[in-house]
Write a protein that binds this ligand. Structure first.
Ligand code: COA
Length: 328
């Protein structure tokens, strides 16, 4: 059966660069601490607008790369945990801003694994023969939910968007070959945003208690993320008879360099074959994986025929891996 292939990629990083040094005095942290514990040196902030603007910026680049107009897109899936608003969906706002008048679409909440969840969903619409052009976007304006008085999380996150276009694969054996995704809702306690939803709607009290921000037990998440990402990466390699040597690129979610190294280690993949941009963008949640693909493709390092393994872990807990034979 022919599968779906990524035929274009686009990345949108906001202009404002925020280096670690911005935090050091008022959060009593140091550049050295942040770099050694996370691998992050700077991140980008979107100063005006919402997640849909990050998504549109990325989508425009992907469509321009493919040389098609927005009206050719049939479905838009936006993976995000920072929608512009509860409703309408960010996908609706993106559809309108892009002028993708023939597309329907929806948002998907999979946190840091959101792009992989959205990719697996989009593949179904292509494989079934329903659609020929599906836009998958991972975008998050994390600064809208970061507590800048909490040094445990403030130093980790940034804003960004990235998009891929999915089309039927032209050639057998190329495109998205396999994927595996997981969900374990017992992760709620360690990583969540308490208020703003239907359980705890916004009140003065929820604001006073700082419940509209990310709450993360970093140590607990770190432990499960290391195991989860490594396990699922190993699983997808075994299922597809891949050794570390067969993998041209591991594309891990960019949350922490130490988690990335541990995953590469377990897979037997040398760090020279691991896509990394956490140093320049921090954790942009749903955008990290497609932003790596876009950057490495743009500068020629990611090439047709490469075996690419995507792997993510995030809030939920959500986690997963995808195996792609890169086709462009
Ligand atoms: N600067 C200086 N010290 C800091 C700090 C900062 N920015 N943030 C935390 N610390 C302190 C803590 O207060 C703690 O001090 P204590 O020992 O006196 O209590 C100490 O550093 C160690 O904290 P710890 O949480 O053990 O650090 P860590 O090595 O686990 O690193 C994270 C913290 C958040 C970087 C790490 O846990 C992490 O990356 N977690 C997973 C994040 C993730 O993958 N999320 C995935 C979904 S988005």
């Amino acid at each position: 059966m022919k599968t779906a292939a990524i035929t274009a990629v686009g990345h949108y990083a906001p202009d404002k660069v925020v280096p670690n040094s911005t935090y050091t005095a008022y959060l009593q942290t140091t550049d050295e601490w942040i770099v050694s514990r996370t691998g992050i040196r700077e991140r980008r902030f979107l100063e005006e607008g919402g997640t849909s603007d990050l998504a549109v910026g990325a989508a425009r680049r992907a469509l321009a790369m493919r040389g098609i107009g927005a009206e050719e897109v049939e479905l838009i899936i936006v993976a995000t945990v920072t929608p512009d608003m509860f409703f309408p969906s960010t996908a609706a706002l993106v559809q309108h801003k892009l002028g993708a008048k023939n597309a329907w679409g929806f948002d998907l909440s999979g946190a840091c694994s959101g792009f992989l969840y959205a990719l697996a969903t989009g593949v179904q619409f292509i494989q079934s023969g329903t659609y020929k052009k599906v836009l998958i976007i991972g975008a998050d304006k994390m600064t809208s939910i970061v507590d800048f008085e909490d040094r445990n999380t403030a130093i980790l996150f940034g804003d960004g968007g990235a998009a891929v276009l999915l089309e039927p694969s032209e050639e057998e054996g190329y495109g998205i070959i396999d994927w595996v995704n997981y969900l374990d809702g017992s992760g709620e306690e360690a990583l969540h945003m308490k208020a703003g939803g239907s359980r705890n709607p916004a009140t003065h009290e929820t604001v006073d208690k700082r419940w509209h921000y990310i709450h993360q037990d970093g140590k607990a998440v770190f432990k499960v993320a290391v195991v989860g990402m490594a396990d699922v990466s190993e699983e997808i390699m075994k299922r597809n008879n891949l050794t570390g040597a067969d993998v041209a690129w591991l594309v891990p979610h960019q949350a922490n360099m130490r988690i990335i190294r541990a995953t590469a280690d377990r897979m037997g993949v040398d760090m020279s074959k691991v896509m990394i941009n956490i140093d320049r963008y921090g954790n942009t949640t749903a955008a990290t994986i497609p932003s790596c693909l876009a950057e490495y493709y743009a500068d020629g390092r990611l090439k047709r025929g490469d075996n690419v393994v995507l792997a993510a872990f995030g809030a939920g807990y959500t986690w997963g891996a995808t195996y792609i034979k890169w086709s462009i």
